[in-house]
Design a binder for this molecule. Structure first.
Ligand code: PMP
Length: 323
């Protein structure tokens, strides 16, 4: 469960007190789900706080907005700077950072695009996904809810409305006593979790569904593919059948919030021997060293957060209305 606390929310350049970060109840985004967002993690490293794959997240945010025809009033550099300012102003680490582009002004009417597009960036403490079970393995249920096809709702965009589907699958799994749901695509192939991509390991080869299964192209997924290849494991992106999933040697989720989470059970079928397998553990080891800044080869994946003293004044100036 996500904690919802933090000191300040970055709202269009101003640092607003957490309790005052509000929008209008008749806002377009609130009613129609037309908003796009990101989930980003901040980690503690020996060189201070750092953001994981910041420019990739900013790019995906801009691409998501483009698909939903939302004009973004900021450059990629300004959004990245906003994330750093929000992180610095909150002094929370490890953090979960949530930038969201939305239309917050009162504007009813589905295709009403009159409201201005705003950017807000919240920072909350990041907890371990699913607590202890993320180490020992999570129990996942194959969901009765399918992913919508991308010609109905594009999975490429990380949009607010996509999460109606994730919500239904997620609460169904949790009401049935599972930690997470695995959604199939419209054709019955394995797609992804409610907020995670999925990987299988069979005979030392790593498999993961591709965009044709209407998944979000996860940034952690992209990182896992790179790490696995660098470790010498073949990686194959393909359509994945349910029976392949149920007989895999290893299964794991990847995602910004989930990081890398071994799956120990899928709908009452134990995965392998029911414990995180060797390939999963190999990839996890490297991943967690990378995010702690301990793998120089992947140093480009981390962006250092400038000290609070340097990051805040610009935002504070804006807060006073001078920018
Ligand atoms: N699929 C969905 C539906 C998600 O919401 C997420 C989380 N953003 C992911 C996959 C994983 O993506 P990422 O690794 O970029 O967090």
């Amino acid at each position: 469960m996500l904690a919802t606390q933090g000191k300040k929310i970055w709202m269009d350049g101003a640092l607003v007190d957490f309790a005052d970060a509000k929008i209008h109840v008749l806002s377009h985004t609130f009613h129609y789900g037309v908003g796009v967002f990101e989930g980003i993690r901040g980690y503690a490293t020996a060189n201070g706080p750092a953001i994981f794959r910041l420019s990739d997240h900013v790019k995906r945010l801009i691409d998501s907005a483009r698909l939903y025809r939302m004009p973004v009033p900021y450059s990629a550099e300004e959004i990245a700077q906003g994330v750093l300012e929000a992180q610095a102003a909150n002094e929370i680490i490890p953090s979960y950072i949530r930038p969201i582009l939305y239309r917050g002004e009162p504007a009813l009417g589905v295709k009403n695009r009159a409201g201005k597009v705003s950017l807000a960036i919240g920072v909350i403490p990041a907890k371990k996904y699913l607590g202890e079970s993320s180490e020992t393995g999570v129990r996942a249920k194959i969901s009765p809810y399918r992913k919508p096809r991308s010609d109905a709702i594009p999975s490429f965009a990380k949009a607010d409305g996509n999460y109606l589907n994730s919500y239904l699958a997620g609460v169904d799994a949790s009401d049935d006593g599972y930690d997470e749901a695995i959604l199939l695509d419209a054709n019955g192939y394995v797609a992804e979790g409610t907020g995670e991509n999925i990987f299988l390991v069979r005979n030392g080869t790593v498999y993961t569904p591709g965009l044709e299964s209407d998944i979000l192209l996860g940034i952690t997924r992209m990182s896992v593919v790179q790490i696995a290849k660098d470790l010498g494991y073949p990686v194959v992106e393909k359509l994945v059948g349910v029976n392949e999933l149920l007989t895999a040697d290893e299964v794991f989720f990847s995602g910004t919030y989930a990081e890398i989470a071994p799956v120990r059970e899928v709908s009452h079928y134990a995965v392998g021997n029911g414990r995180p397998g060797p390939v999963t553990r190999d990839i996890m080891d490297v991943f967690y060293r990378i995010v702690r800044g301990e793998e120089p080869k992947y140093a480009a994946w981390l962006t250092r957060v400038p000290a609070l003293a340097r990051a805040v004044p610009r935002a504070a100036r804006r807060e006073r209305g001078s920018a």
